[in-house]
Design a protein around this ligand. Structure first.
Ligand code: ZN
Length: 240
């Protein structure tokens, strides 16, 4: 594991060296003794165990509150806990929505402060986005969230993992099933995007702020029930 950590840092340094003005700050941080810096987050997580008939429905937490509340109501009615990766400015602008998510039996995680395309950020910018997203969660729901998902990319890079590690997140949560609901296709297309590739352990990417997702969610939950796939939170999906 130590070797892979060294490789990780080497990759990150190479990325920084290619990155222009952020080079000096970022690279010098990585030249500090290992005891003086936080460990980078480990490999991205795309799915949980393929041996358990469980899946996690994960939602980008942003957009119109009335749509978000409809999603929460459907999930609650079906006793299907979801995981909301919440954007900090969205939480900050709606003082109750974070707690509403928790109170309905769901899990909440960090999806950065401003939802920038994280692959374009310097280490300093990435750290700011993640730490401020964490602060929004702490202020509004009293927990920093166990999980982090980068914004604007399915895959992390060395800079993102370093910044996530600095905020205490052990991994970046990706997904293996993309509903593409953000493209606002008809509900039946969202459903088929999910059902054509879902399997044991899948992490599904969905969004709170798109109205067709409201129509698609009951269909998705029915499809999961038909396949005997239990919807669970990310923490439950990734339990040992
Ligand atoms: Zn997002």
């Amino acid at each position: 594991m130590q070797d892979s950590g060294r490789d990780e840092r080497a990759i990150t340094r190479r990325a920084l060296l290619l990155g222009g003005s952020a080079v000096i700050v970022g690279a010098s941080e990585f030249l500090l003794p290992s005891s003086a810096m936080a460990a980078s987050a480990g490999a991205d997580i795309y799915h949980g165990s393929r041996l358990r008939a469980e899946v996690a429905l994960t939602f980008h937490g942003g957009g119109d509150l009335s749509i978000a509340r409809k999603i929460l109501a459907i999930a609650k009615k079906d006793q299907a806990p979801i995981t909301v990766m919440a954007i900090g400015i969205w939480l900050n602008s709606n003082s109750t929505i974070g707690q509403e998510i928790i109170d309905a039996g769901n899990e909440i995680g960090n999806h950065t402060l401003n939802h920038k395309t994280m692959t374009t950020l310097s280490l300093k910018e990435a750290k700011y986005e993640i730490s401020k997203g964490k602060l929004a969660l702490a202020n509004l729901v009293g927990s920093t969230g166990r999980w982090f998902r980068p914004s604007g990319t399915q895959k992390s890079n060395g800079i993102i993992r370093a910044a996530a590690g600095a905020s205490g997140y052990a991994h970046c949560i990706s997904y293996d099933v993309d509903s593409r609901d953000y493209q606002d296709p008809p509900a039946k297309t969202i459903l088929s995007n999910v059902t054509k590739s879902i399997q044991n352990g899948s992490i599904v990417s969905l969004h709170l702020g798109h109205s067709h997702t409201v129509t698609a969610l009951p269909l998705i939950l029915q499809a999961l029930a038909d396949r005997k796939l239990a919807p669970v939170t990310i923490s439950e999906l990734l339990r040992a």
